[in-house]
Design a protein around this ligand. Sequence first.
Ligand code: UDP
Ligand code: MG
Length: 339
Amino acid sequence: MTMPTNDLHAEFFAAAPPGELPRAPLRLSCVVPVYDEQANLANFVQALAASVQALTTDFEILVVNDGSRDGTHRLAMELVQQLPVRYLALSRNFGKEAALTAGIDHARGNVVLLIDGDFQHPLELLPQMRDLWQLGYDMVYGVIADRGAESGAKRLGTQLFYRLMNSGSSVKLPPNAGDFRWMDRKVADALKALPERQRFMKGLYAWVGFKTAALSFVPQDRAAGESSFSLRRLGALALLGLTSFTTLPLRVWSVAGVVVALLALAYGSWILVDTWLFGADLAGWPTLAAGIMLFSGVQLTSIGILGEYIGRIYDEVKQRPCYLIARDEDRSPLRDDAR
Ligand code: UDP
Ligand code: MG
């Protein structure tokens, strides 16, 4: 097999191919998480089905409705009648990470494709993903090559996040790699086996490992509607990532504590020497007041960070499922009894 050509904006970067494997014939499960996507859903699922048909006739499209408030449900129910769609409706909005998890849990193919339902992930990349999979890569993911369209604050935040993440965690996150992924069954099974409820998917993909290849792409503009990820929501996601995959924020305070203690010791010794040699004086109240305020601030911050971790532990020990399915319209041709 030849290496894929670089058309579109796609550029291939990965280590030498692991060697061609005799892969079983492709049975593809496409997972599409949707939240308030009535303007895109029908067009997108049709376009996806057309692109996938060129790769295999053995496929299913899992539309995961993440508690949409618009007409997404009605449209999805129509699509189930027309195309090889399995429709999963979550009981409320659980967030994209949970919607993806639901899709992966219910996928039956030997390959699972994760793709957004807003046309931002180019369907033109699918043949290249398939070729790389056939070359032996178990996971092929899209990397955003150009964040030109995003605000400065979002770009800066993203940069800071990846720097913190990669300095604190032994698992390295490839910067700007998103949820646009082609995964072999063994990767999907590995993800399913991870027990955590609070799922920071970008971290989990990196954690499971396997042979991976990246394809860079320039995301298209959203076909319709608006992104549901505000700066605040992205901030919450970044905090989830940091606290799920690193203990760096905790370690910072241990180091700060040691430094402050050493400084205090040095200062205390200096006062002692000063008093012995030059006699006592009672000056230094402003220093004292400022010092008390500074260190209560430091202590509150460190308690707050401890609290973040304890909150995560609390959420995990409750062992609630990370999503609930309210409806499952299963017309998937990959159903065992449909074969
Ligand atoms: N999405 C979801 N649940 C949410 C928010 C988003 O399933 O709570 C879906 C959304 O419908 C889309 C994908 O996740 O298919 C990416 O979301 P969006 O386009 O809002 O994010 P962005 O592309 O800006 O990262
Ligand atoms: Mg989007």
